[in-house]
Design a binder for this molecule. Structure first.
Ligand SMILES: N[C@@H](CCC(=O)N[C@@H](CS)C(=O)NCC(=O)O)C(=O)O
Length: 216
């Protein structure tokens, strides 16, 4: 029985789960759905996740949505596959869990604002006040988090779930810079986080997880 992993190309939550799957060396069947084609609102998909959101995993008859519990499930269900997604030291582990939570609670929302303004923007003027507010919030949070990248990765010398929670958000800032020249959102990423993001990009399984529609 192979685990089925449903995701959306470029979704930070889906990317986090895919990095965790690769890290744990778990075989999976990748199903990339399309929001534009209405696949998240289909009866079949809503039966998997009533919220109509990705990622979702299906293993045998077990269905799980919400990226955080999915990552916990992978760790718990595959204890002997790959390496642990969390640092061994209890305090480091707690800090890593905290940073994964901070990424979702405080970095994701302002990044989403910028994605909505610049990557998903269709028409009408940009809301500059909202953009500046989001940029300020990101810079403040990343400056704070930078202090916990002392050992190469988040609270550890090894990559893990906290790195996979934060990295896709940083990648979205870099993506906006590629798509919208002149924004220089990379300037919001402090030096230690810049080098850390390169370390994540050098992981052997990173390329496999890179959003397919970004490769074009
Ligand atoms: N808290 C959820 C968030 C999932 C989520 O917001 N997924 C987005 C992609 S990043 C989605 O499926 N959006 C589609 C939609 O809202 O229609 C998780 O951690 O899995």
């Amino acid at each position: 029985m192979t685990l089925i992993f449903h995701t959306l190309s470029g979704s930070p939550f889906g990317w986090k789960v895919q990095l965790a799957l690769e890290h744990k060396q778990i075989a999976y069947d990748l199903k990339v759905l399309s929001a534009e084609a209405g696949e998240l609102k289909s009866t079949e998909f809503l039966a998997l996740n009533p919220h109509g959101k990705l990622p979702v995993i299906v293993y045998d008859s077990f269905v799980l949505y919400e990226s955080e519990p999915i990552v916990e499930y992978l760790e718990d269900n595959y204890p002997n596959s790959g390496s642990s997604l969390w640092p061994q030291d209890i305090k480091h582990r707690a800090v890593a869990r905290r940073i994964a939570k901070e990424a979702e609670s405080y970095v994701y929302s302002p990044v989403r604002v910028l994605v909505t303004q610049w990557l998903n923007h269709r028409e009408g003027p940009l809301d500059l006040e909202t953009i500046n507010h989001a940029k300020h919030a990101i810079a403040k949070e990343l400056d704070w988090l930078e202090g916990f990248f002392l050992n190469g990765f988040v609270a550890s010398t090894f990559p893990g779930a906290a790195d996979y929670a934060l990295y896709p958000l940083i990648a979205l800032l870099k993506r906006i810079d590629i798509k919208r020249s002149g924004q220089n959102l990379s300037a919001l990423i402090p030096a230690k986080l810049q080098s850390w993001s390169h370390r994540v990009e050098e992981l052997p399984y990173f390329a496999k997880t890179y959003p397919s529609h970004w490769k074009a």
